[in-house]
Design a protein around this ligand. Structure first.
Ligand code: FES
Length: 189
């Protein structure tokens, strides 16, 4: 049998640790679980855009929770990715108003263009396609969310191509949820 190389246990950066410490000051000790959602967001930003079981265990250990308490939250919310993702995660709204404005056709079109089915990543690693429920921008349907940005009125080829071109040219560093809350000495760690 081939020897297996042990993988390093994940660890939060000093910047992430400082932010988690700051978040914990908002709650009494017995309510550490209240920081679970923001800490999962931090973990996802820190570890390549997804939360592996090992990363979720780190979150549990950090907050003094049982791992199952983290798993049941991470598997409930669609904003947490449970497997590796591409450079950009396209969250395509599939709820009623977007459906009436062509979200099914948009999804099929994006699948054709990217070469990825919903739930998959394109062969070039640029795009992961996900379907999500209402993004609260129904007046601009159909809508796709990519991280903090909404791409709206994607019912024209022109708008779809503009979104994909912008994303392909975008080399953005992770948007760390705690940016702006840290002293300069800890930024970019
Ligand atoms: S239904 Fe798509 S944004 Fe509301």
């Amino acid at each position: 049998m081939e020897p297996t190389t042990p993988t390093a246990k994940p660890a939060f950066s000093p910047a992430a640790q400082a932010e988690i410490k700051r978040l914990l000051t908002h709650y009494p000790d017995e309510r550490k679980k209240s920081t679970l959602l923001p800490v999962l967001h931090i973990a996802q930003a820190e570890f390549g855009g997804w939360v592996s079981p090992e990363v979720q265990d780190l979150v549990a250990e950090t907050l003094g929770l049982a791992p199952i308490e983290v798993y049941e939250v991470s598997t409930f919310y669609t904003m947490f990715n449970l497997k590796p993702v591409g450079k950009h995660v396209l969250e395509i709204c599939r709820t009623g108003p977007c459906m009436l404005r062509g979200s099914d056709e948009l999804t099929a079109h994006l699948e054709r263009i990217t070469g990825a089915k919903v739930g998959q990543t394109s062969p070039d690693g640029h795009f992961t396609l996900k379907e999500v429920e209402c993004l609260a921008a129904c007046g601009f349907a159909p809508v796709v969310q990519v991280r903090e940005k909404y791409y709206e009125s994607l019912d024209t080829e022109e708008n779809v191509q503009a979104m994909l071109s912008e994303l392909k040219g975008l080399v953005h560093r992770p948007i760390l949820p705690w940016e702006g809350n840290l002293p300069n000495s800890l930024q970019n760690n």
